[in-house]
Design a binder for this molecule. Structure first.
Ligand code: XIL
Length: 374
């Protein structure tokens, strides 16, 4: 008779092996041969005060983007004042976990303080002075993380839905070449960093054509645009797989990579499908917030299928898709709880409010093992 202790130890060993064999694949491993899978992280996650969130990010993702801490208003809140405390921690977290580290974002119309565009008397700056300020900011921020932040969203959301240039203070004061200048400065500050143009709704034809024209113009000037970032603030029925595929292929023809930079899929009643305009602010209305107490199974399933469908497209186009980043980690963290309607209970990500993987997570993992469509 084997002794009791031996039997118990053997049973424990067998049980742990069985658990290890079943332990679910991770996103980063499932897609290792295809592209990075990233997450936008908030300060609680990368400083570890949200331990659960930090653990999910470290285990599941091979890339990170800072949700807010590198935006101008945070990193450079007042003239001559930089606050690198959180960005430093962000980059350390990425390095510790051997991740592809993204910087977001240098030149945008949102989350940039008014003083940036004004002189000491509050009068609008002239072109040269604003260019000088932009250069100084880019050199300070990109320069600090030279060789450590792998890729920068240099210009974010410069286009209108019709493909024309958005009327921002950057455009009004500097003129159209503010975009080329931002890329030039970023390239000078870190010649190795991959530089992106990032925007939403690039799947829609008019905006897509505007982006293509913009990239071609930059390329003709010798500006090193490495990738187009398709944000991917999607819904259950926009963009269709065909539209997503066509957009990725259209950018691929320009010889740039495509990164899906801010993926989330809204299941709530659509308010502004196909747009991610941060200025949208629709009045709260219970009709727009139907899943306060949980997501019905049918919707959960639809979300899982939708995620699988989009990952199927990214896999098909994996020769050009270099990264797919989700905009947040758990549903509770998502900006979509407050945009475009404040105070909704939203379910756009792969982990639920308890940090548990959703059916959409399993569907994305399974998709990686399916034959890639051609
Ligand atoms: C969002 C953040 O998630 C929010 O926390 C913040 O309040 C507003 O900005 N497009 C972008 C991102 O490029 O920077 C935005 O992030 C979402 C839309």
């Amino acid at each position: 008779m084997p002794n009791r202790r031996f039997v118990i130890l053997t049973a424990i060993l067998a049980a742990s092996l069985a658990i290890a064999a079943q332990s679910p694949a991770t996103l980063k491993d499932a897609y290792r041969d295809s592209f990075y899978v990233g997450a936008a992280v908030n300060a609680a996650q990368f400083t570890g005060s949200d331990l659960r969130g930090a653990a999910i990010v470290a285990k599941q993702f091979s890339s990170i983007t800072p949700e807010n801490v590198l935006k101008w208003e945070r990193v450079h809140p007042r003239p001559g004042v930089y606050d690198f405390a959180l960005p430093d921690k962000y980059v350390e977290f990425g390095e510790k976990n051997h991740m592809f580290i993204v910087g977001h974002c240098l030149v945008w119309h949102s989350q940039v303080p008014d003083w940036v565009f004004e002189d000491e008397k509050g009068k609008p700056l002239a072109r040269e002075a604003l260019l000088q300020r932009m250069r100084e900011h880019i050199f300070a921020v990109v320069g600090r993380y030279k060789g450590r932040i792998n890729s920068w969203d240099v210009v974010n959301e410069a286009l209108n839905d019709d493909g024309s240039l958005r009327q921002t203070k950057w455009l009004q004061i500097i003129g159209e070449d503010y975009i080329a200048k931002a890329f030039e400065y970023a390239h000078q500050a870190d010649p190795q960093a991959q530089l992106n143009y990032n925007d939403y709704s690039l799947e829609n034809e008019a905006k897509r054509n505007g982006a293509i024209a913009l990239i071609k113009k930059l390329q003709a000037q010798g500006i090193p645009v490495a990738a187009v970032g398709i944000q991917g603030h999607d819904s259950l029925d926009w963009p269709s797989a065909a539209l997503e595929d066509a957009a990725i292929e259209a950018f691929a023809k320009l010889g740039v990579k495509v990164a899906i930079t801010e993926l989330d899929i809204d299941v709530l009643p659509p308010v502004a499908p196909g747009s991610a305009d941060v200025s949208l602010n629709v009045k709260a209305d219970p009709k727009l917030n139907p899943y306060l107490n949980g997501l019905p199974d049918a919707v959960q399933k639809a979300l899982a299928e939708r995620y699988a469908g989009l990952f199927g497209v990214y896999l098909k186009d994996r020769a050009v898709v270099s990264r797919v980043t989700l905009w947040g980690v758990t549903d509770g963290d998502s900006w979509r709880n407050d945009w475009p309607v404040v105070g909704r209970t939203s379910y756009p990500l792969l982990f639920d409010r308890m940090g548990e993987p959703k059916p959409a997570f399993d569907a994305v993992i399974r998709q990686a093992a399916r034959p890639v469509q051609r």
